[in-house]
Design a protein around this ligand. Structure first.
Ligand SMILES: *Cc1c(COP(=O)(O)O)cnc(C)c1O
Length: 376
């Protein structure tokens, strides 16, 4: 195992880039030359490290990169990545020149945005994707007429390149597909009107991971692949529909900093709400809510792995540390796995998410920058 880290810390996220490579290669095998993959690396590559994931995805056939904000695009450019990048969220029109100079494509949905951006743009045009809101209710034009107006303005003005049109599905990961199909139909109607009245741009896209895994007909010429590139399911409901197994890229580990058998009825952690029985081994783990390992993990059912066995978290999670109940003696320095595998036991991101009452997406994103990422 080769690790690249300069951290002095005994708590680390391990990212298996070969899993990312395999997840990208497997979905590309399905689409071959029919559809290009946009690797979505927003939020620091869903917490996995945007630059490393982007480089791995591009080396394995991804053609585009997707980010949420312009700052994230610049992180990739600063790392020397030259692939096309699309900012999926709103960029201020006064920042259009910065995007143009860096060759970063922007997503827009406002007519006034074009007027404002035109004022700051010089020789270098900015590449634009029009966002159509077909039912996500977040951003985008809501009528085909507005899309046509934007497209006409883009083709008329020299400061812009009419590069793409896109929408985003709200329910692609649900078993029930009626809403999804409604969105698809609305997008098709918009595309037909665009084609008739303004022309279509080269890059039309709508699919996210769930769509790419379930509905191949929606993936040409480009699909946006996020969560499943990291080996995670968009939702548990579609597990049986996967065309191939996903390989989980992230695991989270630490090492015991103290091990002891406290006397009976000793309090553990703030509030002393956990009381020892007198014959149990208590270990301390150097991770806490300051790392995004939120306090809610301290409720009864949260577990970690030590020496291949499940151990409950006991007492409140502190900012930098927490305590666990060990099944038997362990030593300072023994590895604690919070997410990942030890021997026959595995704690998945899925399990961690359901403990917290949330979705898999949120878990890797909430692990803070204070935890070093080590690459394998
Ligand atoms: C985050 C995002 C994606 C990726 O979605 P996944 O479900 O992670 O594949 C695609 N498109 C847009 C607009 C997004 O914001």
């Amino acid at each position: 195992m080769a690790f690249i880290t300069t951290s002095y810390r005994d708590t680390w996220v391990e990212v298996d880039l070969s899993a990312v490579a395999s997840n990208v290669a497997r979905i590309n095998d399905i689409y071959q030359d029919q559809a290009a993959l946009m690797a979505v690396v927003k939020a620091d590559g869903y917490g996995h490290g945007a630059v490393k994931v982007a480089e791995t995805a591009l080396a394995n056939g991804a053609k585009w990169l997707g980010v949420a904000i312009l700052d994230e695009a610049f992180e990739l450019r600063d790392a020397g990545i030259e692939a096309p990048i699309l900012v999926l969220g709103r960029t201020r029109p006064e920042d259009a020149k910065a995007a143009a100079d860096a060759g970063v494509s922007l997503t827009i949905w406002e007519k006034t945005w074009l007027d404002e951006a035109a004022k700051v743009l010089k020789e270098q045009p900015v590449h634009i994707h029009i966002k159509v809101d077909t039912g996500m209710g977040r951003v985008g034009v809501t009528t085909a007429d507005e899309a046509v107006q934007l497209a006409c303005a883009l083709t008329r003005l020299d400061q812009f390149v009419y590069e793409g049109v896109m929408t985003h599905f709200a329910t692609a990961d649900e078993v029930e597909t009626a809403y999804f199909e409604g969105q698809h139909e609305k997008f098709q109607t918009t595309l037909q009107q665009l084609e008739a009245e303004a022309g279509l741009p080269p890059v039309v896209h709508s699919a996210n991971s769930a769509t790419a895994l379930r509905f191949p007909e929606h993936c040409t010429p480009l699909f946006r692949y996020g969560i499943s590139m990291y080996g995670l399911l968009p939702s548990d409901d579609i597990e049986h529909e996967l065309p191939f197994p996903l390989e989980r890229a992230m695991s989270l580990h630490s090492r015991l900093t103290q091990v002891k058998v406290p006397a009976a009825d000793e309090g553990v952690s703030y509030g002393a709400s956990y009381r020892t029985s007198g014959d149990e081994w208590i270990g301390t783990v150097p991770i806490g809510y300051g790392d995004g390992w939120v306090r809610y993990h301290g409720h009864e059912t949260s577990e970690v792995l030590v020496n291949g066995q499940r151990c409950p978290i006991v007492g409140k999670v502190c900012m930098d540390q927490m305590m666990i109940r060990l099944p038997n003696e362990a030593a300072i320095g023994d590895q604690v796995t919070l997410i990942g595998r030890q021997g026959q036991e595995e704690i998945t991101i899925q399990e961690t998410a359901s403990r917290l009452g949330t979705i898999s997406y949120e878990i890797p994103c909430m692990l803070g920058q204070r935890i070093p990422r080590c690459y394998k």
